[in-house]
Design a protein around this ligand. Structure first.
Ligand code: HPA
Ligand code: ZN
Length: 332
């Protein structure tokens, strides 16, 4: 198959997105609209100026702008509009299931209640399910640069919302904030029946991936690129078929890789790892699901089988139950 045939195939296959921060889908145009609606002054004069500011040397440089950008989200309607815009976009790309993160602490510390956040996001997700046919899971992510106590306080606030929260994650500044810091809060989450995942091995060492598995007992790893530095860890991830939710354009923008041609996803596939393609923070990193697939197809010698495997892995690695398994061929 030619590269353009592979891209058409990738577009046509049903796909699930498993690593997406909803606040990272805030496009500069919507940021401006919401700033105006809420009477917030942005430090940028135009949409172009925002886009030009999105040059990052590392994760922290991105996070600084990401937390600043989300300050325009004030009302339930703002969270709804943000989520609805993302769903409409992925609907055009063949994404039929999405498991999205939100960062409650990033809003609570600005005085925005959990109710405002969850109601807005969840109403849009429910609407997306009925109008666009996109199924979903909602993942509450703890900010790892904050304390264990803050994570416990957030979990306490979330108790009335457990029926709409499917799982918890761990994100933000990785190095210096190892998974072990959150061992007790993740144990509590598991006791409550929540599913668990964590960012690990994006900038942090393979040891952080081990900790996420052994101490947090996660069901998948977000990113996980640096797991490939540890052959015993790779063997374990292959054996257990632990999903790794990789994000090629994110890795490029945050200088985790120098070139998409260096991305470990193809090597990972060939080693039998359960890797998936995701967009992470599409408004900041240059694209949604298909931009990520297309970049991989352009830069790496992917075959038809690889593309099919990646689409299939996205459902295998998801938290969908068997009844709604979109990876099964559609009986026509
Ligand atoms: N890594 C860590 N934290 C994040 C990210 C990421 O890629 N995106 C949003 N928060
Ligand atoms: Zn992420």
């Amino acid at each position: 198959m030619t590269k353009s045939e592979l891209k058409a195939l990738a577009l046509s296959l049903p796909k699930a997105e498993l690593h997406l921060h909803i606040e990272g889908s805030l496009e500069p145009e919507l940021m401006f609209t919401l700033a105006k609606r809420n009477g917030i002054r942005l430090s940028y004069a135009s949409v172009e100026e925002i886009r030009q500011a999105y040059q990052f040397q590392n994760l922290q440089e991105f996070l600084d702008l990401y937390y600043q950008g989300m300050s325009v989200l004030q009302t339930e309607q703002d969270f709804y509009d943000l989520t609805w815009a993302y769903l409409q976009r992925i609907h055009q790309e063949g994404v039929v299931h999405t498991e999205i993160f939100f960062d409650p602490q990033g809003h609570l510390e600005r005085g925005i209640s959990l109710e405002t956040q969850i109601q807005g996001i969840h109403k849009a997700l429910v609407n997306g399910r009925s109008e666009l046919g996109i199924s979903f899971k909602l993942i509450m992510s703890f900010l790892r640069h904050l304390s264990e106590q803050s994570a416990f306080e957030t979990l306490a606030l979330a108790m009335p919302w457990l029926s709409v929260i499917d799982g918890v994650g761990l994100d933000s500044s990785e190095v210096g904030h190892p998974p072990e810091k959150f061992t007790r809060v993740f144990a509590k989450c598991r006791e409550l029946g929540l599913r668990v995942t964590a960012h690990a091995g994006e900038e942090g060492p393979p040891e952080y991936v081990w900790q996420a598995l052994d101490l947090l007992k996660v069901q998948r790893i977000d990113h996980g690129n640096r797991a490939l530095e540890d052959s015993a860890l790779v063997a374990w991830l292959v054996e257990e078929q632990i999903p790794l939710t990789m994000c090629p354009l994110s890795n490029l923008k945050l200088c985790v890789i120098k070139d998409v041609a260096d991305h470990p996803i193809l090597r990972s596939l060939e080693m039998g790892l359960l890797v998936t393609v995701n967009s992470d923070d599409p408004a900041y990193f240059g694209g949604y699901m298909m931009d990520n697939f297309n970049a991989l197809i352009d830069a790496l010698p992917l075959t038809e089988d690889h593309v099919r495997q990646l689409a299939k892995n996205s459902f295998v690695g998801s938290w969908l139950s068997a009844e709604t398994d979109h990876s099964k061929p559609n009986p026509k």
